[in-house]
Design a protein around this ligand. Structure first.
Ligand code: CA
Length: 228
């Protein structure tokens, strides 16, 4: 397992590198955004730890560029400020998780393990709800014969719900699965992403598949098949 640590503060980089090596990970480092992009596009890392405040190119832009270039490596963002806006920006850019500085090393390790475990459990059976279908092998999503393009976060959210058709997915379940094990329910990031998904999946179709379960969360179901 090789992890790329991108952070310009040498003290922090050394601290993370040393700790990860003690956990038997191989660590490479980059000290600015350009170096990170160059390294991540050449090497096949298992995970990237990416600070937002970086010289040359900031972490958010690095993350977005990597995703645009189809680099699917899991990314944990390091952010100095804990604001919903910052988190949404990072997640929107394609990050999988985030950690607020300063953080305990044990928490970083736990996040890394959770992410790497999740990467391994992707299954490859085609998922179908009503006329919505998703192919985990090709990442293609169709509503009827219309292809739907999703961001990586939207895709993972839809994938999670489609594996549980007709079942309530609580905010906690969704949050922990998509945003990390100790996700807190005090942001509206899930509702924001559900609204993105609805625009792409349900807009223009009379039969809405993404349903709100009031005060609890969401579910995906074909109402035509459910006896009311
Ligand atoms: Ca920094």
């Amino acid at each position: 397992m090789t992890i790329l640590v991108v952070e310009d503060e040498i003290k922090i980089t050394r601290f993370i590198k040393k700790g990860l090596e003690m956990e038997h990970y191989t660590v490479e480092t980059a000290y600015d955004g350009q170096e990170a992009l160059d390294k991540a596009e050449i090497n096949n890392y298992d995970l990237i730890i990416l600070d937002i405040m970086l010289p040359k190119i900031d972490g958010i832009t690095v993350c977005r560029k990597l995703r645009e270039n189809k680099v699917e490596t899991p990314i944990i963002m390091l952010t100095a400020r804990d604001t919903v806006e910052d988190r949404v920006k990072g997640l929107d850019a394609g990050a999988d998780d985030y950690l607020i500085k300063p953080f305990a090393f044990g928490e970083l390790i736990a996040r890394i393990r959770a992410l790497l475990r999740r990467e391994k459990t992707v299954k490859s059976t085609k998922l179908v709800v009503g006329d919505l279908s998703m192919d985990p092998a090709t990442h293609e999503v169709f509503r009827g014969d219309k292809e739907i393009n999703l961001s990586s976060k939207e895709y993972r959210l839809l994938d999670y719900m489609m594996r549980r058709p007709g079942q309530v997915c609580t905010r906690t379940m969704i949050g922990e699965h998509i945003w990390g094990y100790n996700f807190t329910d005090d942001s509206n990031v899930i509702d924001v992403y559900i609204s993105y998904l609805r625009k792409k999946v349900d807009n223009g179709f009379p039969n809405k598949l993404i349903l709100t379960v009031r005060d609890v969360g969401y579910k995906i179901a074909d109402k035509k098949k459910i006896k009311m």
